[in-house]
Every structure is written in C-alpha cells, then in structure tokens.
Design a protein around this ligand. Structure first.
Ligand SMILES: *[C@@H]1O[C@H](CO)[C@@H](O)[C@H](O)[C@H]1NC(C)=O
Length: 280
C-alpha cells in the first residue's frame, strides 16, 4: 500500500508518466481487490460465527476471532480511504492524459507548420536586381508575412493551453511542456523577424534600383547632350579641340565613374563586370 501511494506521488513528467501511472493503478487494483474480497468473506464468516454464539461465553478462540475481525475492519477502512485517494488520483491522471494528448497534438501541428514555413523561407532567393523579380519577391514576401500573422492566433491559443496546464498541474513537473512551448514561440518569433527583415531588404533593393535608374537616366541624358555638343564641334574644328578636352572628356570620365560607383555601391548584388559591359 505504501509503495502504491509512493508510486502515485512520483508522477513527475506530464506526458511520459501518466500512462505508466495508470498501468500501475490497474495492476495494483488487480492484486488488491481479490485479496480484499477474500478478507471480507472471512470477516463475514467470523461475524456469523460470533453472532450465532452470542450467548456463549467468549473463549480464547472466540477472542482471537474478534481480534481478527477488528483487524479486517481496520484494513477495510484503510483500503477504502486509500482507494478513494487512488480513484481521485486516477481521475486526475485521466484528465492529465487527455490534456497531454491535446497539448501534444497542438504542439505537433505548430511544429509541422513552422517547419513548412522555415523551409519556404530558406528557399527564398536573394533580392533580385530587376524590377520584375523584385516585384514578384515582394508579392511572395507579403503573402508569407500575412500567413505568419494569421497563425499568431494559433500560437496564442497554444500559449494559453500551456499556461492552463502549468496552473492545473502545479504539483507535477511541467518543465518539459514549458520548454517545448518556449521553443515553438522562439521559432515563431524568428520566422516573423526574418520575414520582416526580408521585407526591408527587398524595399531597399527596390529603392536602390530606382536610384540607380535615376542616375543612369541622368547619365544617358548627359550623354545625348554631349553627343550634340560633339556634333557641333565636328562642324567647327576650333571648338572641337577645346570642347572635347574640357567639356566632354573630363566630365564623361567623372560622370561614368560616379554612375558606376553608384551602381556598384547601391546594387552590391550586381555583377560589376556585366554592369560595366552593359554601360560601355
Ligand atoms: C512581428 O515582429 C514585429 C516587430 O518585432 C512585431 O511588432 C509584430 O507584432 C510581430 N508580429 C507577430 C505576428 O508576432
């Protein structure tokens, strides 16, 4: 009996231990119940014997029977008391098992969802360097972010379930579920932070592209001005000498240099060689 109670209070971990405790309860019930029934049958015989001999003086064997009857009555009370505690604990363990299974099912759902999203995030390509690609990537980022946001409700419900279990089973060890929930929350926050960071990177790539487009536009505008200056200079050799040196060659170098620098600085993901080839 003591061993029995000891085992019951040893239930430390919500998920692993509940099934085990229930099986111990069943085993012990199977051992104790038939024994108790036997004791009670004996008790009844002794009582009948005593009742029928009520008028007889109680000799030594009658006195022995009375002692045994008292012991059995005490045992019965002890068993009833223990049994009530066992039943109470069993009801608690049944509820615990149900809660553990619900918790585990929710945890698995969240884990599967997070894994799917983490894989999708890991498969996203770096920000592109054309408007088309960036636009597609921004659409993808937005819908991903919306999905993450929608799932927040599930994460909150899961957190509430965890808090409820910790409160209900404050006498049992809930470290494992605390840790499992923390890990889910951590992964969710990482996912949220990563997709926000990707949004920032994509927006900055878009504005770099726009800046670059503007500086390229300016450069091209300057080039066409320079061309007409060259045309004019070709018709006037005096002008040609001076203009090419002063108005065209030096500014051309400077502007080309600036534009390229701008491109390389703002668009670090562009291949410098292909840019230069594209420009010249
Ligand atoms: C994602 O993170 C941002 C900034 O850290 C925060 O403001 C926002 O509430 C988070 N979103 C979700 C759905 O948790």
């Amino acid at each position: 009996m003591c061993r029995f109670i000891f085992y019951l209070s040893l239930c430390v971990s919500l998920i692993d231990c509940v099934e085990w405790s229930l099986s111990i309860l069943r085993d012990i019930g199977e051992v104790i119940c038939p024994q108790l029934a036997r004791f009670e049958a004996i008790n009844k015989i002794i009582q009948l014997d005593y009742d029928s001999d009520r008028n007889r003086d109680c000799d030594s064997s009658c006195a022995d029977s009375l002692v045994v009857a008292e012991i059995i009555t005490a045992l019965r009370e002890h068993w009833d008391e223990a049994n009530a505690r066992v039943l109470q604990r069993k009801a608690q363990l049944d509820a615990m098992l149900g809660d553990s299974q619900r918790y585990e099912a929710r945890r698995r759902d969240a884990d599967a969802w997070l894994s799917r999203m983490e894989t999708r995030l890991a498969g996203m390509t770096p920000p592109g360097h054309t408007a088309d690609v960036l636009e597609m990537q921004l659409r993808e980022q937005k819908s991903f972010h919306a999905e993450v946001h929608q799932y927040k409700h599930q994460i909150e419900l899961f957190g509430q379930l965890t808090q409820r279990l910790i409160a209900v089973y404050r006498n049992d060890d809930t470290t494992r579920i605390k840790r499992a929930t923390e890990s889910i929350n951590h992964r969710y926050n990482e996912l949220n932070n990563s997709i926000i960071a990707r949004g920032k990177a994509l927006h900055s790539a878009v504005s770099s592209l726009q800046n670059f487009d503007r500086s390229l536009e300016k450069f091209v505008a300057w080039l066409s001005e320079a061309e007409s200056l060259l045309d004019a200079a070709e018709r006037d050799p005096h002008l040609l000498k001076r203009s090419v040196a002063k108005d065209l060659t030096l500014p051309f170098h400077l502007k080309l240099h600036l534009t390229l620098n701008h491109a390389l600085h703002e668009l670090p993901f562009c291949n410098a060689d292909s840019l230069i080839v594209g420009l010249l």
